[in-house]
Every structure is written in structure tokens, then in C-alpha cells.
Design a protein around this ligand. Sequence first.
Ligand SMILES: [Zn+2]
Length: 380
Amino acid sequence: MFRTWRIGRIFGVPTELHWSFLLVPAAIFFYAYHPQTGLRWTQVQWWSGISALLFLFVLIHELGHALTARARGVHAEKIVLFPLGGGALIPEEPARTFDQVLIYAAGPLANILLAVVALPLLLWQPNGAYLLRFYLNPFGNLVVLPSLTEQLLGITLAVNAVLAIGNLLPAYPLDGGRILRAVLRGALGERRATVVTTLLGIVVGGGLIGLSFYLGDPLLGLSALFIVSFSTIELNRGWQRRRLSRSELDDVLRPVGTPRLYAADPVFRARALFSGTDAKVLPVYDNYNQLSGFVEREVLQREAVREHPVSFYYEAEFITGRRDDNLLELTERIVAANVYGAAIYEAGEVVGFVFTEDVIRLLDRSRRRFYKRFKAPASP
Ligand SMILES: [Zn+2]
């Protein structure tokens, strides 16, 4: 899914190609093939050239973000290019709103610059005005046969205009949505600014899906679908963060169970302990009664040999927390460490465990309550 290839450093920024770029030559050959004449090589050349141009414009857009970030003292980790767009990975936002806006605006500005250069050059050509009118009316017919120069200038103008306007739409996760969020953050705070821009993402993305049907444009539909799903994910993440920051750690704390499971115990004993609980993981102790890791119910059911010791199947990785830790921060640490959960200590003793499965269950429970509140008839 996330497989990429490094193609080099451009102005010092590592640049990678996503695997789905392999679909581009496949699509070109598919469209250039004609049952009667076979593969039409002029078509292959033409579409390869167009793809290379598109790639270049997207790259310039992302370089706009990455180089501006660097100029404002923020680390730009890399650029990843997809067939339909790209992304500049900038892990940390600068502190000042002005710098944030500048970084997000720099991508579309680079495209505007290219379009502004291409426009007079195109109008200067004999058929330039016809071509421009053709681009402005998606249902019109082109009455002239433009030269190669005219076509290239026309494509430069059209593609960069679409990239600039499309990315400036005020909807998360587009540049326009990120600019809006950065500006709103000052007035509304992080949470409300995220809610506003992600809801806009869902509305604008939904509108674009409708437009893609109207124009018969599957690529627009696909991009719009991305906008809707990214916005939904970010909206949901914001809601989860709020829920967790308001929850108590005790809401999900599993007390230390008795009897204890030891690393040297056989698998059948662990299975017996599991059957007495609904937990998906159990803590495993060493001979000194110190916590040494966790074992997963599913692993023991699937592949374990009855007489083997539990130590063959358990994971020694976990993090530790304190009882007065904030649940949101603890969950973020568990996710970042990619472990089952955390052992919670109080006064030097393990008092219980927080497992991701319990945090997810807590979120599911409040989601159901949340929906129920909407579905319930208004009280008189
Ligand atoms: Zn951008």
C-alpha cells in the first residue's frame, strides 16, 4: 500500500514515486491500443508526453510547499508523488500562522505563476484564443487544429489553472482547507477549526462527486472521493481526541488479575485463564513477579502447541504509565510505540493495564450514545 521508490533529491528534498505510478504506462498502452490497428505509437508518445508534463507540474507544486517550509525554518521530510497528485511531508507545523499560510499557499502559487507565464505566450500564437475558449467551455468543439507549441502552452495553462484552483478550495485536506484551518485556529481554537474545515471537505467533496457525474469525469470523481474520506477520517480523529482527553484513565483500566500467568506456564494454562475473561491480551510475569510482556488470545488459539511455555508466543513489548496520566496522551504513546498496551504503576507497583482494545471499546460505546442522542425523540 505504501510502497514507494526514491527517485533522488530535488533541491535537497528527497523525492519518492508511489507504486501506483505503474498504472500510468498501463493506462497509456490500454488507451493507445486499437483492435483494428494495434498499438498506435503516436498516441503512446503523445500521452507519455502529457503524463510527463503533469508529473512536472505536480512536482513544482510540491516543491513550492517543501522549499517554502525550509525557508521558514521547518523541516521538509520528503515529497511523495502519486499519479493524480502529490504530497510534501512536513511533519511539524511552524508556530506562526503567517508561516503556515505561506507554506500551504506556496504550492498553488507556483502553479499560478506557471499559468500566468503560459497565458500571454498562448494568446500570442495564431490559434491561441480559440484554444483558450475551448478550455473554458467543456462542452464546446475545437474548430481549429492547433500546432504542437499551442497545444503544449494550452495544456500548461489549463493544468496549472486546475491545480491552483482545485487545491485552493476551502476544504480539508486541500491546501485551501489547511490555510482556512490555520486562520480559524486563532479565533475558534484547534478543535472547532478542524470541525469547520473537515465538514467543508465533506460538503465540497460531495459536490465535486456530483460534478464528476455531470461532466462524465472519473478522475475528478476519484479525487473528490479522496477529499471526502480524508475529511471524514480527520473529523473522526478530532472527535476521538476530545473524547479521550475528557475520559479518566480508570474508565479503561483493567485491574491486575489473579491468578497470574507466568512466562514458563504451559499454553493450556493460559487458555484456561483466557476462558475466564473477555480480554484479548493478558499480562505475562517472570519468576520474580515482574511484568515481562503480553500474550494475545488469538495467537494461542491459532498456532500454539498445548505443552509449550507461554514465553514462545508472548510479546515483550509494552510501555509504562502512571495512574494520573492523561488518557489521550497515554493512548498516543501506546499507538506511537506500536504495542498492545501500557502497564500502569502507582507507588512502584503495577495496579493495572490499559489496552488499546479497551480504548477502542470506550470510543465505540460513546459513539453509540452519541448517535442515540440524535435518534431519540425530543423530550416534551
Ligand atoms: Zn499542495
